[in-house]
Write a protein that binds this ligand. Sequence first.
Ligand SMILES: CC(C)(COP(=O)(O)OP(=O)(O)OC[C@H]1O[C@@H](n2cnc3c(N)ncnc32)[C@H](O)[C@@H]1OP(=O)(O)O)[C@@H](O)C(=O)NCCC(=O)NCCS
Length: 264
Amino acid sequence: MVTLRPAGPEDHAFVASASVLLGTDDPVLTPEKWRREFEAHTTIAEAAGTRVGYVFAQAMGDVGHLKHIVTMPQARRRGVARALMRAAASRLRDAGCAEWMLNVKVENSAAKALYESLGMGFSYASCVLRLEWSRALALPAAGLDAFEPKEGDDAALEEAFKLPDGLLRERRKLGRVLLAVSDPAPAGLAVFDPAFPGAFPFQARSLCVAGTLLRAIDETRRREDPFVNLVVERDARLIDALIEAGAEPRIRLEHWRGPLQALW
Ligand SMILES: CC(C)(COP(=O)(O)OP(=O)(O)OC[C@H]1O[C@@H](n2cnc3c(N)ncnc32)[C@H](O)[C@@H]1OP(=O)(O)O)[C@@H](O)C(=O)NCCC(=O)NCCS
């Protein structure tokens, strides 16, 4: 029998260790990041008094972002994830979301079967790339300057790069470094988190614009990091160009989305 409850401060250690099962390149979840970004948006599943899984999902405008879902290995195939998805769907709907979306590894057939059974479907491909700084700074640069976009620039950037409304405002609140290139239309955008270390999203109309963004990121990064992670969405050309320039494709992802209204 699975019971669900909202997460609290005491769940940090469980989620920090369970999140490793996602197999991403994300750094270990710190108590600070837990408190700031996860706690209010996480639901914990328990069975017989033991934590067996969690879901971390957040509303952004009218779209729900399902960021993590994990069931501990010993509790799998017993409906824990389905129950967590149901709880997340109901929370997101209450927050006014009409749709939900997530990123899943191409090879994760278990998770994709779950999402498909909930009416979600493939939307576009993306890739997490790792680029050594020595190679990043050797890329050609556009004859344009990167700038820090202000709130008044957000709508145009979100539209140009097909990002959810409000994403940039939310990332700014979390202390991310936002960098953009215009020519004068939006040509590049990076949302950099020095702790990742990396940019998600990282979008550029050309390899030169990518080079300009990377030089701007270089000014704010931790000097001890030898590489930067770049999450490039729906742009196979940029992914291929970065790989050609020496980036290592670490994780191939699929973006899935689906309606929330019809569920349950
Ligand atoms: C994906 C994951 C969350 C599923 O958790 P779970 O609690 O075992 O899932 P459920 O028992 O609720 O299963 C729900 C549905 O998911 C699908 N599913 C789950 N595991 C599956 C598997 N190994 N193979 C095929 N389908 C699977 C099925 O459609 C299942 O429905 P069914 O049992 O009626 O056939 C779990 O395997 C996990 O934590 N994996 C590691 C972390 C991860 O990959 N998270 C997803 C990130 S996008």
